[in-house]
Ligand binder design. Sequence first.
Ligand SMILES: *Cc1c(COP(=O)(O)O)cnc(C)c1O
Length: 377
Amino acid sequence: MPANHHQDVLLCPGPVNVHPEVASAMTAVDMCHREDDFSALLDDVSRKILEVAGASSAYGALVISGSGTAANEAVLSSAVERDTPVLVLANGEFGERLAAISELHHPETTCLKHRWGTPIDLRRVASWLDTHPAGLVAMVHHETSTGMLNPVLAVGAMCRARGIPFFVDAVSSFSADPLDLDAAGVTYMTSSGGKAISSYPGVAVVIGQRSALAECAEREGPVQYLDLGRHWRFFESRRQTPNTPALPLILALDRALGLALEEGMPQRYARMAGLASLVRRRARALGLELLLVRGARSSVVTSIVLPSDVRYEALRVALRARGYVFYGGKGPLADRIFQVSTLGTVGRDEVHGFFDVLEEVLADLRGQAPMLRAVAS
Ligand SMILES: *Cc1c(COP(=O)(O)O)cnc(C)c1O
């Protein structure tokens, strides 16, 4: 447990327990966002984002004050013009949200929906692209609602072959599960401070091909605050943001990016994968099943099938009382799974602590009479 005994261990895929240096960076300095020191900070944060992503000089990076959805809405509102046909691939909550945002800005949006937790059907995608016009393809890299990694490389190759811009929501996977933007031919990628990069929520990240961003900057967007082209114009001309930025959150993000780079990206990816496999080992040792098959699972979150005789709410309340916070399933997975994530300062000790307590709680809940179990939930 962290030093402060009121502090829960956060095993959700954001918010996370932040490193003390990230917390103190937030209040380290007051500065004016129209002065040179802010421009230097923004330039530095932008470079660090690209370095964490391992992106070539073909890319540029922006920060937008807002949660991850702000970055997604910036791309989906203003990366392409209104009458552009957009194809969204969805196999969970966040893919479906991309489609909902796109529909607001592009009436010609099609969502190829898949059952949650099933892989994207690449043949279905290819045949759709062969028979329909598309001016943008959008998909989620790590579908957080199930824990599934989606085939960005394969879809990127289809887009590249057809000259279609490609947008990838990597909000929850950025810095935890590697994604080679150049190899996949990604045009735009989004993330957020409060997920795997392990800073605070409230500042979002957009990485874009510089040529696409420059094209975008020549148009007026249909929105103002989230006009991607406007953000790029301000960044390119004076290393500023169009509106007042969430400076403390940018300072915190800067430190979190610094910590990732100091750890080294290969080491970080290996550490995250190691924590995720520890979660899976401990879950299986308790006789619990995993939602996804091997190979599809991210390093960010593990979806564990809820035993049929245990309600999520009872589990949540019992573990919260012992200082552990985690999520249940959404939508069709509500009361079917619970999710364990290992971001921020969570390490092997916290994972073992959680599963030791989970074992006791499960035994306890199952030992109760059905009446009492109902009361507990
Ligand atoms: C968290 C998340 C988002 C954005 O959600 P916010 O609540 O706006 O931060 C988008 N996509 C994915 C895959 C996410 O995990």
